[in-house]
Every structure is written in structure tokens, then in C-alpha cells.
Design a protein around this ligand. Structure first.
Ligand code: ADP
Ligand code: ASP
Ligand code: MG
Length: 405
């Protein structure tokens, strides 16, 4: 007997037939004698619609109201799945985040889970009741509903698995594992039987949406055994494990892309101490995460600063920087949302030279211009025009020898 958390994403619960399919999978685990908690996402498309409604009214909407709106999708699925399980004769009940509660910090729209009170769930699971928990949401210190950022149900699942002391956290999705890159844009991508927490963390943080970054961070910290697998087919998935559990290490294990980036250029900034602190300090105060940064050499005491922020943070970043324009005295603020970030990730980079140059050459061969570059110990990222995203990912996948034969 094991205690397991099963998480089902949006496509896996997209309609009643798929919910029945999910219920049947849960039933199999229950009949095998396991204690089961299920974490569900909203039906696919629902969260986008809810976000769109908030944005349609105001791009600078109150994040607390955004949270109460966008968290509703998960509530629908949790109730529906509980009903589907009950029709199979399985004792089940739904739990909204606030009912458990799943406590988070107060960063509405991108809150972090701080604590989960799992005792009551454990007690009921011990009596054979399946807990169906809403993903993506929690309860903030202001006693209002928070959400965990897009894709946050993965994090709900891992955090719940840690709180319940679960033996496994199975993430069921619409692909059958983690691939060398998004199999939807590179059909020759290869499924990885295992991937290290560290590489998965890096891939997720640069755009591989198969797991939310924070979920991998938590899994690594809490040593949760995470498995990514298909909710439609019975196939072995991908296990996320410690690096020393991987025997054959690749130099590059994966390529990720993100189109959710926006490039901002602050043009004509006085090149003196304190300016970067003023620009980035203001953005930090507005809770805007800045990613890639470049500053040009100055000419006549003036310089340009280019950096990227998440596309959804762009209106707030623009508003924040416009407010400090008189203080900083820059000439112009330019924004470009037609950019994409492409990243190559692998722990082998620590000990191998030439990874970045292979990347630059492969892109040059396709005539793709690189706008910004950033690197870390196990990653190289570049920013390009978004229209070249697929071409760039495919070319790099081939250049690093990752294509399936
Ligand atoms: P869910 O709704 O189940 O949470 P997501 O859409 O969030 O599913 O994540 C699954 C998707 O992640 C896949 O459909 C795939 O297009 C995408 N993806 C991106 N990178 C990868 C990768 N390296 N391996 C597998 N899937 C990936
Ligand atoms: N429904 C939320 C989203 O679409 C959370 C999730 O699916 O993980 O972002
Ligand atoms: Mg997801």
C-alpha cells in the first residue's frame, strides 16, 4: 500500500468523458489498495478565459480580485471529479485550497505555498476517502484566495505530496513524459526516462511548461518522487531524480523556448552610478521579475539598457518606469513583445566548452539574429524575434545531436 498524489492537468479534464477517464485511473489506484489524493487543474481553456475577462476590464487590475476570478476553474473540476468518483462507488470529496487550508504568502497572482495542514486529509484517506483538491489556489495572510501563477497546479500537487508524506507524486498530462524539447514543435524529440531535478528546474524556469518551476524546486527540496506521465496512454513516463541516479549524462539534455517574454529598452540613460539600481529597484518594488539584462557601452555619458520581463508584467513595468522617468531622466522607453527566449540546458556544460558557440553557429546558419544572451552554469539563453522560435528550436535540437533516429 502506498500513499500517492495524482495530478491531472487541463487537457486531461477537458470534458466529461475525460473526467470519467481520470476517475477510472483513480479507481485503479484505490483498488490497488493505495491512499489517494488527487489535484486537479481547470478544464483546458477555462483559466485563459478567466484571465482574459480580468484583462478585458483593466490591464492593471487588482490582483486580489484576479485571484478570486481565476481560481474558480479548479473549483469546478474538483467538484465534478468528486461526482465522477462517487458514481463509480468511490468515497470522495472535494477540497478548495482554503478548506484544507493551503496557506500561501500574500503575493496575489503568483503566491508561494508556505504551509499545508494535511492531518485531516491523512485521517480521511486512511478511512478510504479520496481527497480531490483544487490545484493552483491557496489562502493568503489577508484571508483571501490566492493563486500560484500559471501552471501552478503542479506546485499544489508537489506541495501536497510533501505535506502528506506521499510515496509518489504522479503528474498526469497530455504528453507521456519529459522530452528533449517540446514534442509538439519537434516531432523528433526524445522522451527522457529520467531527468535530474536540477536540469528539470532549469528547463522549467526557461519555459518548458510541462512542470511549473516552483514545483520542481519544491520536489528537489522536499525530495518528492515526481513522475510525469500520460493520462491517456499506459506508458512509462519520466522520473525526476537526483543527478547521481542518472548513469549516462548528456552534455545537453534539453532545449526550451518561451514566447511569454517582453523586451524593454530604456534609451538615453545617463551612465552614472545608481541608475541601474533606480530602474531595477523600481521594478522589484512592483514585483516585476527581470530576466536577461544588457547595457551598451556609453557614448557621451549616455547609454541604453535592454532587459526582459514576463509579458504579463509588461503593463506594470511600463507604468513603473514611466513614473520614474523624471527622476532617472531617460529619453525613451521602448517595448517589444515579438521576442522569444530559446535556452539550451545540460549539467554537462559544467565540464564542456563550446556549447554556446555551437548555438550561435546553428542560429547564424539559419540567418537568425541574436538580440540578447545570458548564461548560467548549466544553461545558455538567447533572445530572438519570435517568428523564428520553431526554426531555432529545431535547428538547435539537431545541432546538439538530440534528434531521435
Ligand atoms: P497540463 O495542462 O497537463 O498541466 P501543460 O500544457 O501545462 O499540461 O504541460 C504539458 C505541455 O508541455 C505539453 O503538451 C508540451 O507541449 C509542453 N512541453 C514543453 N516542453 C516540454 C518537454 N520538454 N517535454 C514535454 N512536454 C513539453
Ligand atoms: N489552471 C491553471 C492554469 O491554467 C493552473 C494549472 O493548470 O496548473 O495556469
Ligand atoms: Mg501545466
Amino acid at each position: 500500500m502506498a500513499r500517492i498524489v495524482m495530478k491531472f492537468g487541463g487537457t486531461s479534464v477537458a470534458d466529461l468523458d475525460r473526467l470519467r477517464n481520470v476517475a477510472a485511473r483513480v479507481q485503479r489506484e484505490v483498488e490497488a489498495g493505495n491512499e489517494v489524493a488527487v489535484v486537479v487543474s481547470a478544464m483546458s481553456g477555462t483559466t485563459n478565459q478567466l484571465v482574459g475577462w480580468c484583462q478585458g476590464l483593466s490591464s492593471l487590475h487588482d490582483a486580489r480580485e484576479y485571484d478570486i476570478v481565476v481560481s474558480t476553474g479548479e473549483q469546478i473540476t474538483a467538484g465534478l471529479l468528486a461526482i465522477a468518483l462517487q458514481t463509480l462507488g468511490i468515497e470522495a470529496r472535494s477540497w478548495a485550497g482554503w478548506q484544507i487550508p493551503i496557506r500561501t504568502d500574500g503575493a496575489h497572482g503568483k503566491a508561494r505555498i508556505e504551509a499545508i495542514e494535511g492531518q485531516e486529509l491523512i485521517r480521511r484517506m486512511g478511512l478510504g476517502q479520496v481527497a480531490v483538491v483544487t490545484g493552483f489556489q491557496g489562502l493568503g495572510p489577508d484571508n483571501r484566495i490566492t493563486t500560484l501563477g500559471r501552471g501552478g497546479s503542479d506546485t499544489s500537487a508537489v506541495a501536497l505530496a510533501a505535506a502528506l508524506g506521499a510515496d509518489r507524486c504522479d503528474i498526469y498530462t497530455d504528453v507521456d513524459g519529459v522530452y528533449t524539447t517540446d514534442p509538439r514543435i519537434v516531432p523528433r524529440a526524445r522522451k527522457l526516462a529520467r531527468i535530474s531535478y536540477e536540469e528539470m528546474l532549469e528547463l522549467a524556469s526557461v519555459g518548458a511548461k510541462v512542470l511549473q518551476t516552483r514545483s520542481v524546486e519544491l520536489a528537489m527540496k522536499e525530495q518528492v518522487r515526481v513522475q510525469v506521465l500520460s493520462s491517456f496512454q499506459d506508458l512509462p513516463g519520466t522520473l525526476v531524480v537526483d543527478e547521481d541516479e542518472i548513469v549516462e549524462k548528456e552534455i545537453v539534455s534539453g532545449i526550451a523556448y518561451s514566447r511569454d517574454e517582453a523586451k524593454l529598452t530604456v534609451r538615453g540613460v545617463p551612465d552614472r552610478p545608481g541608475v541601474a539600481a533606480a530602474v531595477f529597484g523600481k521594478l522589484a518594488a512592483e514585483n516585476v521579475n527581470v530576466d536577461m539584462i544588457v547595457q551598451n557601452i556609453s557614448e557621451e555619458g549616455m547609454t541604453d539598457m535592454t532587459f526582459t520581463v514576463g509579458e504579463t508584467d509588461l503593463p506594470r513595468a511600463q507604468a513603473a518606469l514611466s513614473a520614474v522617468q523624471p527622476e532617472i531622466g531617460y529619453a525613451e522607453l521602448l517595448a517589444d513583445i515579438n521576442v522569444a527566449k530559446i535556452s539550451v540546458v545540460g549539467v554537462g556544460m559544467r565540464s564542456h566548452a563550446g556549447i554556446a558557440s555551437t548555438m550561435f553557429k546553428a542560429l547564424a546558419d539559419k540567418g537568425i539574429n541574436i538580440q540578447v544572451i545570458s548564461t548560467s552554469e548549466i544553461k545558455v539563453s538567447i533572445l530572438i524575434a519570435s517568428e523564428y522560435t520553431e526554426l531555432a528550436v529545431r535547428s538547435l535540437h539537431t545541432a546538439y545531436g538530440l534528434d531521435a533516429s
